[in-house]
Design a protein around this ligand. Structure first.
Ligand SMILES: [Fe+2]
Ligand SMILES: [Fe+2]
Length: 173
């Protein structure tokens, strides 16, 4: 598994720097959420790293655009969930495939592993500086938004709020 993982990471860094940054940030958040919930930290680190791996298959022309992408281009981007799930299955990383497939489904019946990665993913996207088209929101605004979505279990959002505080504390020390 380590070999496949290293290869995917290398491809992600070559594809787009923000893809790698986002994936690493999500992986870190997932790890601390898992720790706070007493779950498998290594599994969630890898799940966070791989949730957007299908973006490797999005054509290069759609990345690094200086203007907002069109509706058609957005539809192509949306395929990354399905493509990621298929890619992971092909590589024998089946345990991460369902997370990649469902991480953008906004329903309240998502399995817990998908909820953890999806919450970390949404939080990271809302608060990060790498997005070109939207300004980052504060920690509190992002957590409030996750509550408002009404799709995440309270324990997941609470663990995420604590996770982020732990990351901030680590950076300051
Ligand atoms: Fe995604
Ligand atoms: Fe993502």
């Amino acid at each position: 598994m380590q070999k496949a993982l290293n290869l995917l990471l290398q491809n992600m860094s070559e594809k787009n720097a923000t893809l790698l940054t986002h994936s690493l940030n999500v992986a870190k958040l997932c790890t601390i959420i898992a720790k706070n919930l007493g779950m498998d930290e290594e599994f969630y680190y890898t799940a966070g790293l791989l949730h957007d791996v299908g973006k490797l298959l999005v054509p290069n022309a759609l990345w690094d655009k200086s203007i907002a992408i069109s509706r058609e281009e957005l539809e192509i981007f949306k395929n990354h969930s399905k493509w990621g799930a298929e890619l992971l299955k092909m590589l024998g990383l089946n345990e991460f495939s369902v997370i990649a497939l469902l991480h953008h489904q906004d329903t309240s019946d998502l399995p817990l592993p998908v909820q953890i990665v999806a919450a970390a993913d949404k939080y990271e996207a809302m608060t990060s500086l790498w997005r070109q088209y939207k300004k980052p929101v504060s920690h509190k605004e992002a957590i409030d938004e996750l509550w408002n979505m009404g799709i995440f279990q309270p324990t997941v959002i609470e663990a995420l709020a604590i996770a982020q505080m732990e990351l901030i504390t680590k950076k300051e020390n």
